[in-house]
Design a protein around this ligand. Structure first.
Ligand SMILES: C[S@@+](CC[C@H](N)C(=O)[O-])C[C@H]1O[C@@H](n2cnc3c(N)ncnc32)[C@H](O)[C@@H]1O
Length: 229
């Protein structure tokens, strides 16, 4: 970090070796599936201004809330299973906000059922990404994020593909196809994955021996709700 100012990304490859930046926590780096805070910092710098309303319908450990507050944006964070008092309990498939009332939506959704986030029966992270129902439920979240966004405003969505039991599932492409039904594409960012449980010597050996690849990146889809013409 130069002059205590986080790096403003200028390419489509973002590589943040640590989850946090600065000297205050942003979210909880012990939360499984936590988003690197600089992903949200970069999106807010580019696509919002002070006083804008940012919404994260699946905000996990609250990274979006912490970054947005620090940058003087208004923010609402929901989750099906809140872990902090400032996170509102809500299902992302029905967001209690008016149409066209929000300046930016950020979502880092489950990628399938690879992580256990909570015991809540309505957690989308209980549905395997190999099951088409996973995409039907994510589409309900896409529809809601589209509905609450003002025209010309941005939705940022992080997701990853899956490879397990000898089968590759292009989770990112499948979600991207859904997003394109509603939004225009601004750009697609590749986020380097760090600190994965699979990034061990044993897993690297297995990847070589059984001829498969460990996941090295996630997608960040930057989508815009079209202008109202
Ligand atoms: C990848 S985590 C989000 C991480 C978060 N951005 C952070 O930095 O901590 C995905 C979140 O989606 C939440 N979730 C799953 N199903 C949901 C639903 N139906 N409605 C709202 N949140 C849901 C999970 O509880 C989990 O916290």
């Amino acid at each position: 970090m130069k002059n205590n100012q986080p790096p403003f990304e200028t390419t489509t490859l973002w590589d943040f070796p640590t989850q946090n930046y600065g000297d205050k926590p942003h979210g909880d780096n012990k939360y499984r599936g936590v988003t690197p805070a600089l992903v949200i910092w970069n999106l807010l710098q580019r696509y919002t201004k002070e006083g804008d309303l940012v919404v994260d319908p699946m905000c996990g450990s609250g990274t979006t809330i912490d970054v947005a507050k620090e940058l003087r944006r208004k923010v609402i964070g929901y989750d099906i299973s809140p872990v902090r008092p400032d996170i509102i309990q809500n299902d992302a498939r029905k967001i209690p906000l008016d149409d066209k009332s929000v300046d930016m939506v950020f979502i880092d959704s489950p990628y399938g059922d690879n992580i256990k986030y909570s015991n809540h029966p309505n957690c989308i992270g209980k549905i395997p990404c190999e099951d088409e129902r996973f995409y039907r439920e994510l589409e309900k979240v896409v529809e809601e994020s589209y509905r609450i966004l003002k025209h010309s405003k941005i939705s940022g969505w992080v997701i990853s593909d899956m490879w397990r039991q000898k089968k590759f599932t292009p989770v990112g492409f499948k979600l991207y196809k859904i997003l394109c039904k509603y939004f225009e594409t601004v750009d697609v960012i590749c986020l380097t994955r760090h600190h994965q449980t699979s990034h061990t010597k044993e897993w690297k050996e297995r990847a070589k021996r059984y001829n498969f690849y460990l996941r090295g990146f996630k997608y960040l889809f930057i989508m815009r709700k079209p202008e109202n013409i």
